[in-house]
Design a protein around this ligand. Structure first.
Ligand code: ADP
Length: 445
């Protein structure tokens, strides 16, 4: 009895120690995700796109028809139950299947449609009149290669003339074999053996090279070296694409080594979008003080550009004409403009003719202008009932801080109601929105 003591101050278990945790092997984690997942992950964020020439057109599609695929391939896509391209596919696919071929690095969390995108791109490039390997896809493990191969086989269901071959453990070929398959999907070691050791196919004849799960791949130093060895034998004309679920520096350095002059696309998670954006609010009790805050902000923009979001066209028009009267050059973009007029306004802004663009929610999504480093919410985004519209906030603020650059978001708070909206947004994203003293605009530099 004496031994049994019931303690009232039972301690919580000691903090979990690192060594008590099971190692999570990234390849296993990735495989599990693929097996467990039922479908696409919905994403509310915009795509972040980086390319050498920001003015080069970049197409995106809303349907698979718009890709002008071979009818058998389109049938395969529909047979898999894909009705429309996912967010990342909308932009990746037209670029990947365009001529001349373009190189691409794409990063997004798993479940966003990367595998389906590159599998389709691979299949469109196969020339079945030629009976040698033309497409090479590297996966970090046996299981992941099989997963990709199964997607490819399903998609090519109505294209029986396309031959797909696994280069993975357990698949062996006799010395002297010359492969006649069009698509090779395998792990780096096996692919090295088949190509450089057994000369079963010619790496210089590969026209599409895919490196999947790059982040998992480089977690093993051996794999990274093998990829680099293979890569050295590819032709300069070979289209290179690399996919990763994460975006660490290590992965991106490797990616840029493997993929020359790429178009890089990223689909960030909601919480990541706000990571490199400093968010502020300014208390502005009336419209004049709001205007004054804008004028102060205009004064401190020495590099870069700002976008100001207003709730209504009327406010946008009012603010623009007031600023113009005071000699500031501003562009205005609102819903009453025709599509041509909107494009003209955007072109002028992109070329730097104006430092500031005033707009309504018409611009809250889909437009990427790299130089924008300040976003101002002249009015905080609210829905029809007057409550915080966090999704619109994310799209607006996401116009800045793109591709790792730092951005600033400033919210003009003019009432107790808008203060509440500001707090609700802060709570929703779990990111601090700090008070900014508009008199002391040095802080935002
Ligand atoms: P990731 O490679 O980014 O992990 P996947 O290409 O494996 O993503 O796609 C995730 C899931 O969504 C898979 O089950 C896949 O079959 C499905 N999927 C992919 N693209 C589409 C689409 N356009 N429409 C519907 N489902 C899709």
């Amino acid at each position: 009895i004496n031994n049994v003591t019931i303690s009232n101050d039972a301690k919580p278990p000691a903090a979990v120690k690192e060594e008590d945790l099971d190692e999570v092997n990234p390849a296993d984690a990735s495989l599990l995700m693929k097996i467990i997942r039922k479908g696409l992950i919905e994403t509310k964020t915009d795509l972040d796109i980086q390319r050498k020439d920001p003015n080069s057109p970049l197409y995106s599609v809303k349907t698979f028809e718009a890709l002008h695929l071979k009818p058998e391939l389109l049938r395969g896509v529909y047979a898999m139950g894909y009705n429309n391209p996912s967010k990342i596919q909308e932009t990746a696919l037209p670029t990947l299947i365009a001529d001349p071929p373009q190189n691409m690095i794409a990063q997004s969390q798993s479940g966003t449609g990367k595998t389906a995108a590159f599998t389709l791109a691979m299949l469109t490039r196969v020339d079945t009149a030629k009976d040698f390997p033309q497409v090479l896809c590297l996966s970090p493990t046996y299981e992941l290669a099989i997963q990709t191969g199964e997607v490819a086989a399903r998609m090519a269901k109505f294209c029986p003339e396309i031959r797909i071959r696994y280069a993975v453990r357990g698949e062996d070929i006799a010395r002297g074999t010359k492969l006649t398959d069009h698509v090779i999907i395998g792990t780096p070691g096996k692919v090295l053996d088949w190509s450089l050791k057994f000369h079963a196919f010619d790496l210089s004849k590969i026209t599409v090279f895919v490196l999947d799960e790059a982040d998992v791949m480089i977690a093993q130093q051996g794999h990274q070296d093998q990829c680099i060895r293979l890569h050295k034998h590819l032709s300069k004309k070979c289209q290179m694409m690399l996919f990763s679920a994460t975006y660490e520096k290590k992965v991106m350095e490797f990616a840029e080594y493997i993929v020359p002059s790429p178009i890089t696309i990223r689909l960030k998670k909601e919480e990541e979008v706000l990571d490199n954006i400093k968010q502020y609010y300014v208390r502005c009790p009336n419209q004049d003080i709001k205007y004054q805050a804008i004028a102060n902000i205009y004064g401190v923009i020495t590099i870069g550009q700002a976008i100001i979001f207003c709730h209504t066209r009327k406010t946008a028009g009012w603010l623009a004409s007031k600023m113009a009267q005071e000699g500031h050059s501003v562009g205005v973009l609102s819903g009453e403009l025709t599509v041509e007029q909107r494009l003209a306004v955007l072109d002028r802004f992109r070329e730097g003719h104006e430092k500031v663009l005033i707009t309504t929610n018409v611009l809250s999504r889909g437009i990427d202008i790299e130089q924008v480093n300040i976003v101002v919410n002249f009015d905080l985004p609210v829905d029809q009932t007057g409550r915080a519209d966090c999704e619109t906030y994310l799209h607006r603020i996401g116009r800045t801080g793109r591709f790792g650059k730092h951005g600033i978001a400033i919210n003009l708070v003019d009432s107790e109601q808008s203060m509440k909206v500001c707090r609700d947004i802060e709570r929703h994203f779990g990111k601090k929105i700090m008070l900014l003293d508009a008199e002391n605009s040095d802080e935002i530099e």
